[in-house]
Design a protein around this ligand. Structure first.
Ligand SMILES: [Zn+2]
Length: 89
C-alpha cells in the first residue's frame, strides 16, 4: 500500500510517495497551477491528499491512496496495525 507524506516546499506543497521499502519513490509538487504528476490535473489523488492534509491539525500525517490518514511520521511503525491510530475528522 503506497503511503504519502506532505510538506510545504518552496514553490508549493510537496507530496512524497513511499511504499513498504521506506524509500521515497516519487515526489510531486502542487502549486496554484495544479499537480506535477502525469495527470496534470487539479483533481488527481495528490490534490485530494493535499486537501486532507490541510484539514488535518497534526504535523507529519501519513495518507494512503484514498487520502485517508493512516498514521503519523513521528510515531509510525509499519510492524503494528495503524487502524488504532486512525483519526476520524
Ligand atoms: Zn497528482
Amino acid at each position: 500500500m503506497p503511503q504519502y507524506i506532505v510538506r510545504k516546499g518552496r514553490y508549493g506543497h510537496e507530496i512524497a510517495k513511499f511504499d513498504d521499502s521506506n524509500t521515497s519513490l516519487d515526489t510531486y509538487t502542487i502549486d496554484s497551477r495544479g499537480c506535477s504528476c502525469p495527470a496534470r490535473s487539479r483533481s488527481c489523488k495528490h490534490t485530494r491528499i493535499l486537501r486532507a492534509w490541510k484539514k488535518s491539525t497534526l504535523e507529519g500525517m501519513v495518507f494512503d491512496d484514498d487520502a485517508q490518514e493512516i498514521g503519523n511520521i513521528f510515531n509510525f511503525n509499519t510492524n503494528t496495525t495503524t487502524s488504532s491510530r486512525r483519526i476520524i475528522s
